[in-house]
Design a protein around this ligand. Structure first.
Ligand code: ZN
Length: 128
């Protein structure tokens, strides 16, 4: 059974409730698959939404406390995840060294992507 947070967001946006149910089913499947991060454009493909719609729905779930919005930093060359931070301010604090390339990267060598990750509460509910 999913958290009251999720039920309340569905009550708040009744027209979005069916989509939110599908999105949560997708998040649950990803989580069971061992995927830590929900990427808006992948969720969009899976649910036949456009990127913007998927982002808005994921953002609603993050406002509801079901998901947490994070910023994933990738090495552009290796497409490898280097760091995950909670706010854009922290992007400045990421060490420039890339273990995959074994050298320091400029910001232009990096790619930042917004992702969402289930909160601890949500993970407990999703596993229930
Ligand atoms: Zn690199």
């Amino acid at each position: 059974m999913l958290s009251q947070k999720f039920e309340s967001i569905k009550r708040q946006y009744p027209r979005l409730a069916p989509l939110l149910d599908r999105l949560v089913a997708y998040i649950q499947a990803q989580t069971e698959d061992g995927q830590e991060y929900i990427i808006p454009k992948l969720a969009a493909v899976a649910l036949h939404l456009n990127d913007g719609e998927a982002f808005v729905l994921l953002d609603l779930l993050s406002e509801a406390g079901v998901l947490r919005r994070v910023y994933n930093v990738y090495c552009r060359k290796e497409n490898a995840l280097l760091a995950t931070v909670d706010s854009p301010d922290e992007l400045d604090e990421i060490p420039p060294h890339c273990d995959f390339c074994d050298r320091d990267h400029d910001l232009s060598d990096l790619k930042v992507e917004i992702a969402f990750t289930p909160t601890t509460d949500a993970l407990r509910d999703l596993a229930a």
